[in-house]
Design a protein around this ligand. Structure first.
Ligand code: ME8
Length: 648
C-alpha cells in the first residue's frame, strides 16, 4: 500500500440547503479520493458540517427550537445529498460532536498557555451575516467590505489570537512553497492581502451575545469564534491530541479543497493557527472558482438556486458529476445552465462514449453471438495507433489528476474515445462481416474496441462510478471495478476473449431538443415547457402566419473559406459569398464536416440575423442544416444557382 492521502472539503453551514456549489467541491474531492484509491493509496476523505455560530442560533430561534434540534434535522440534507451523489467520504464531521469539541478546547488551551491568546477590550464593526469584525479603516462606504451589508458597532472584551506575529513567516512560507496556495492567481491574491498589516484575530464571543458555540476552556463566559472552531475540524478528525499516531499518519493534509470565498480564512487564519500550534501546514489549499446560474449570481432572492437533487432526478447522477468537472477548468468560475448540461450529455456522453459502447456491444452480439472474440490477425497500423493512445493515457491522466486538472484529464480520456469511434468507422466491421475471409480482421477490430472500453471504464470510474460499473457489467467482466487498480488494470490486452457480454441499457439516452434552434448558438435551446422531452404539439399554437416566416431572409451563400476555431471542437469559421457581399459566419458543424470539405459548397444562410459572438468571433448569419441528432447535413441547393439567390 502506498502512502496515505488526506483530502478535505469545507464543512458546510447547516443553516442553508445544499446547492450546486456545495456539490461541486464535494464531487471534486470525491473524484480525487476515488482516483487515489484506484492508484493504491490509503485515503482519508473528510467532509462535514459547520454547526455552531450566530447564523445557526438565529435560524433555530426563528423556528422557536433549540439549536441542536435544528442542526440535527438540517444535517440530514447534506448526508442525503452525498449519498445521492455517490460521495465516498470516509468520515463526516459535525462540529457539535464531542470528538471535535474536545480537540478545539485542547488546542485553545495549548495556545492560551503558550501566551498566543490574550484578553483585550475591542471596539469594532461587526457584520452579523459574515460573523466577522472589521476595523473602521476596513469598511467600504460604512459597510462590510466582504458582503456590502450593514455593520453594527460593538465594544466588548474578547480573546485574541496573536495572528499578526506570524505575518512575515506566512509571506515567506507562501513564497517558498509555490504549491501551497493554488491556483497561482489565488496565491498572488493572498500575497497582496498580506502586504497590509495583519491584525490579531478575535477568537471568542461573549455568551451574553452568542451561546451556541464551544465554551472557551479558560473562560466560561465565552464561546469560540465559529471559524476557529470550524477550521480545527481538519486536525480533530485525523486524531490531533487524541490519537497522535493516527494524526501523524494522515497529516499534513494533501489537499484542502475550498471555494475562493473562503480563501483568507484558510490561507491566513488557518496557516497561522497551525504555526502557533507547531503543526506543519497542509500541502495544498486549492481554492476553486464560483458557479453562477445562466450568468447570474445564485441567490434565494433571485430564486435561481440550483438544487442538486432536482438535477440528479432530471439528468442522472453521473451526467451531473461529469458536467461539473468537465465544463470548467477547476480554479476558474463556471456558469450552469440546463442547455449546457444537455449539450454535454448529448455530445460527450450519448454521442461519444455511449455510441462507442452500444455499437461495440451490438456488433459482438450480432457477429459473435455475444462472445468477446479473440484478436486473430496481425496488428495493422490502426491497431497499433489505437493501442498506443491507450498506453500513453495513464501518464497524461496521472499528471492532470495530480494538478487537479479534471477537465484536461477528461479531455485526454475523450480523445481516446474519439479515436476508437474513428477506428470503428474506418475499419467498418459491418463490411468485414459480409466477407467470410475477413472474419479474423473483424475479431480483432471488435476485440480492440471492447478492450478499449474496458480500460476507459477504469479511467472514468472516479468521475462516473455507476457508468463504469455498468460498462464492466455489459462487457461481461466479473471483477469489481472499484477494487481494481488503475495503474495495473490499464494495460492493453487483459480483456479475456470468451467473455459473454450482457447487452444492457443505453448508457446515456439522448435528450431530444428542438432542431429549429439551428447552429448559431453554442447549445441548442431545450424546450423547457415540455420538460425536455419534445414531441410535436398539435393545435394552432405550433403554427405561424406566413408574414412571420417572411421576416426571415434566406439566401444562397457560397463558402469561400473555412477554418476550425482554435480551442473549440464544434465551431468552424466560414467566409461566405452572398453575391453582393461577403459574410463571416461561425457554425457549430466541426463534428460533422472538416473545413476543407466545406470550401466551394453552396449553402442556405439566414441573412438578416442579428450578429452574435461565438467564442469571441462575430457571426453575421446562420447556416442551415438538417439534423436528426446523430447525422447533420447542410442544406444545399439541388441545382447550380448563383450566390445571393433568395430562398423562399
Ligand atoms: O463557508 N460556487 O460554509 P458554506 C462554487 N462553513 N462553490 C460554492 C458556491 C458557488 N456558487 N457556493 C458555495 C462555509 N460553494 C464555512 C466553511 S470550512 C472550515 C468552513 C462551496 O456552507 C465552496 O466550496 O458557506 C465554498 O467554499 C463553500 O461551498 C462554502 O460553504
Amino acid at each position: 500500500m502506498k502512502k496515505g492521502k488526506y483530502l478535505t472539503t469545507p464543512i458546510y453551514y447547516v443553516n442553508d440547503i445544499p446547492h450546486i456549489g456545495h456539490a461541486y467541491t464535494t464531487v471534486a474531492a470525491d473524484v480525487i479520493a476515488r482516483y487515489y484509491r484506484m492508484c493504491g493509496h490509503n485515503v482519508l476523505f473528510l467532509t462535514g458540517t459547520d454547526e455552531h455560530g450566530q447564523k445557526v442560533q438565529e435560524a433555530a430561534s426563528r423556528q422557536g427550537r433549540p439549536p441542536k434540534d435544528y442542526v440535527d434535522e438540517m444535517v440530514v440534507r447534506f448526508m442525503d445529498l452525498w449519498k445521492a451523489l455517490n460521495i465516498s467520504n470516509d468520515d463526516f464531521i459535525r462540529t457539535t460532536e464531542e470528538r471535535h469539541i474536545t480537540v478545539v478546547q485542547g488546542a485553545l488551551d495549548l495556545l492560551y498557555k503558550k501566551g498566543e491568546i490574550y484578553l483585550d477590550s475591542y471596539q469594532g464593526w461587526y457584520c452579523l451575516p459574515d460573523e466577522r469584525f472589521w476595523m473602521e479603516r476596513d469598511l467600504r462606504d460604512g459597510k462590510c467590505p466582504d458582503c456590502g451589508r450593514a455593520v453594527d458597532q460593538i465594544t466588548e472584551s474578547n480573546y485574541f489570537f496573536r495572528m499578526s506575529k506570524y505575518q512575515e513567516w506566512l509571506i515567506e512560507y507562501i513564497k517558498s512553497h509555490p504549491d501551497y496556495i493554488q491556483p497561482s492567481v489565488r496565491r498572488n491574491e493572498v500575497l497582496g492581502f498580506l502586504q497590509n498589516p495583519l491584525g490579531d484575530l478575535c477568537i471568542s464571543r461573549p455568551k451574553s451575545r452568542l451561546s451556541w458555540g464551544i465554551p472557551l476552556p479558560f473562560d466560561d463566559k465565552y464561546v469560540t469564534y465559529v471559524w476557529f472552531d470550524a477550521l480545527v475540524n481538519y486536525i480533530s478528525i485525523p486524531g490531533y491530541l487524541t490519537d497522535m499516531g493516527r494524526f501523524n499518519k494522515w497529516w499534513p493534509a494533501d489537499f484542502h479543497l475550498i471555494g475562493k470565498d473562503i480563501l483568507t480564512t484558510h490561507s491566513v487564519y488557518w496557516s497561522t493557527m497551525l504555526r502557533a500550534l507547531d503543526i506543519e501546514p497542509p500541502k495544498t489549499i486549492f481554492a476553486h472558482g464560483w458557479w453562477t446560474v445562466e450568468g447570474e449570481k445564485m441567490s434565494k432572492s433571485r430564486g435561481n438556486v440550483v438544487n442538486p437533487f432536482d438535477i440528479i432526478q432530471e439528468f442522472g447522477v453521473d451526467p451531473f458529476r461529469y458536467f461539473l468537472l468537465r465544463e470548467v477548468t477547476f480554479g476558474l468560475d463556471g456558469d450552469f445552465s440546463k442547455d449546457a448540461m444537455i449539450h454535454r450529455i448529448n455530445g460527450d456522453l450519448a454521442n461519444d462514449i455511449g455510441n462507442l459502447m452500444s455499437r461495440t456491444i451490438s456488433m459482438i452480439e450480432r457477429y459473435f453471438s455475444g462472445i468477446v472474440p479473440k484478436p486473430s490477425d496481425a496488428a495493422t497500423s490502426a491497431d497499433v495507433t489505437l493501442e498506443g493512445s491507450v498506453e500513453t493515457l495513464f501518464g497524461k491522466v496521472e499528471t492532470f489528476m495530480e494538478e487537479l486538472e479534471y477537465n484536461k484529464a477528461l479531455g485526454a480520456i475523450w480523445e481516446v474515445i474519439g479515436s476508437a469511434n474513428r477506428y470503428i468507422d474506418e475499419s467498418a466491421p459491418w463490411a468485414l462481416a459480409k466477407d467470410d475471409s475477413k472474419k479474423d480482421r473483424l475479431s480483432t477490430v471488435l476485440y480492440n474496441s471492447a478492450e478499449l472500453l474496458r480500460i476507459v471504464s477504469l479511467y472514468i470510474y472516479p468521475y462516473m462510478p455507476e457508468t463504469a460499473r455498468e460498462m464492466w457489467g455489459q462487457l461481461g467482466i466479473g471483477e469489481n471495478i472499484a477494487s481494481t487498480r488503475l495503474d495495473e488494470g490499464c494495460h492493453w490486452g487483459e480483456l479475456k476473449p470468451g467473455l459473454r457480454i450482457k447487452k444492457g441499457q443505453v448508457l446515456f439516452p439522448r435528450i431530444e431538443v428542438k432542431s429549429s434552434a439551428g447552429l448559431q448558438g453554442r447549445h441548442q435551446k431545450p424546450d423547457v415547457a415540455a420538460g425536455f422531452s419534445l414531441r410535436p404539439k398539435s393545435g394552432s399554437e405550433d403554427t405561424i402566419p406566413i408574414e412571420d416566416f417572411a421576416k426571415i431572409k434566406l439566401r444562397i451563400g457560397k463558402i469561400i473559406s473555412a477554418e476550425a476555431v482554435a480551442g473549440s471542437k464544434k465551431l468552424i469559421k466560414l467566409l461566405v459569398d452572398l453575391g453582393d457581399e461577403k459574410r463571416q459566419v461561425v457554425a457549430g458543424i466541426a463534428a460533422h464536416y472538416s473545413p476543407e470539405a466545406l470550401i466551394g459548397k453552396s449553402v442556405v444562410i439566414v441573412a438578416n440575423l442579428k450578429p452574435a459572438k461565438l467564442m469571441g468571433i462575430e457571426s453575421q448569419g446562420m447556416v442551415l442544416a438538417a439534423s436528426n441528432g446523430e447525422t447533420l447535413s447542410l442544406i444545399t441547393p439541388e441545382k447550380d444557382i448563383p450566390p445571393g439567390s433568395t430562398v423562399k
